[in-house]
Ligand binder design. Structure first.
Ligand SMILES: [Fe+2]
Ligand SMILES: [Fe+2]
Length: 346
């Protein structure tokens, strides 16, 4: 016997980061997480629905070498990015967020990250016919410095928490919060949002509609993942306000600065051939604009005070919501059929 207190799985922990495997859903302590899970289910999509038929023609006939280079690098990042996020979900978030309704959301998110991996794999197979080149895309994490730098940023925040069996001390809980913020605000909220900007820039030029169509769904998913993570941060802050001190805020600022630098280096790499209408400076401004939005969600003052230079991204939010609700009618009916069948089986 180690003598360590083993928390009951029936009693709810006093705080969401208290160690254990709580199994009790009634009474539900965090109904907002359950609602987020239900909302995510309504947003179900499949890779097979995405039509890539015009994309290959665009790549071969309509795009310049510089644009093809941009797309190739983007795919190289996408090919591994979601796997890194999924890894953090399994190794850190699921382990330490001790509320069954929140773990339901994380299970759903894990499925969505796998769907994203499948989407980008299909993209890679469609865009890159040569097996050798495909292999090189997956090796980008090691071979392409700007992508390696982003992966190293994520891995450092992942490693910082992974070795902790339980969150016992103030320092451990702060490390967990920083991991959560790094993945939500930086990996999903800056690296992915930065990548989406290139996709929508190309769409605004009438290019790669298949990629843009799939990205609409990924964009929607990533926005929900961030909302969940920030809701967990808010919950922890309410339960343990003493964790949120000036030092932690300074770490958040430093983390955002570093993520913007990483992503700017990626932009220099992507745009090295020169693409009219898209500059590294504007990408950086867009990232700073996004970072201020993440800070606002965390209840912190803006740090960069930059305007969104990409009008095509401002439209994106509106368009995405419209697409989502237009699509709901058929998707919802599929859900109903499934539920009825399930009830009958039981
Ligand atoms: Fe994802
Ligand atoms: Fe995500």
């Amino acid at each position: 016997m180690s003598g360590r207190h083993v928390p009951s799985s029936v009693e709810r922990p006093a705080r969401i980061l208290d160690p254990g495997l709580c199994l009790t859903l009634r009474p539900m302590v965090y109904p907002n997480f359950f609602e987020m899970y239900r909302d995510a289910i309504k947003n179900t999509w499949t890779v097979e629905e995405v039509d890539f038929s015009t994309d290959t023609g665009d790549l071969q006939k309509k795009m310049s070498d510089a644009e093809r280079h941009l797309v190739q690098r983007l795919i190289a990042f996408f090919a591994t990015g979601d796997s890194i996020v999924a890894n953090n979900l399994v190794l850190n978030l699921y382990k330490h967020i001790n509320a069954p309704e929140a773990r339901m959301y994380l299970s759903r998110q894990l499925y969505e990250e796998a769907l994203h991996v499948q989407f980008y794999l299909t993209l890679l197979d469609t865009y890159v016919p040569d097996p050798e080149e495909r292999h090189r895309a997956f090796a980008a994490v090691e071979n392409i410095p700007s992508i390696r730098k982003k992966a190293e940023f994520c891995m450092r925040w992942l490693d910082g928490v992974q070795e902790l069996p339980q969150l016992r001390t103030r320092g451990e809980r702060q490390a967990f919060l920083l991991n959560l913020i790094a993945f939500a605000a930086c990996t999903e909220g800056l690296f992915f949002f930065g990548a989406f900007a290139y996709v929508y820039f190309l769409r605004s030029r009438g290019l790669l509609h298949g990629l843009a169509a799939g990205t609409n769904w990924v964009f929607r998913d990533e926005s929900a993942h961030m909302a969940f993570a920030f809701e967990v941060v808010k919950t922890v802050r309410e339960e343990e306000p003493e964790l949120w001190d000036d030092a932690l805020v300074r770490e958040v600022h430093a983390m955002l600065d570093e993520a913007i630098d990483c992503e700017t280096q990626f932009a220099e790499d992507l745009l090295e051939g020169g693409i009219a209408g898209l500059s590294v400076q504007d990408v950086r401004r867009y990232l700073e604009f996004c970072a201020d939005q993440r800070l606002a969600t965390l209840g912190l003052a803006p740090r960069y005070r930059t305007k969104n230079p990409f009008s095509f991204m401002a439209l994106q939010d509106v368009q995405e919501v419209t697409n989502f609700f237009e699509r709901r009618v058929s998707a919802y009916q599929v859900g109903i059929t499934g539920e009825v069948a399930l009830d009958l089986a039981f």
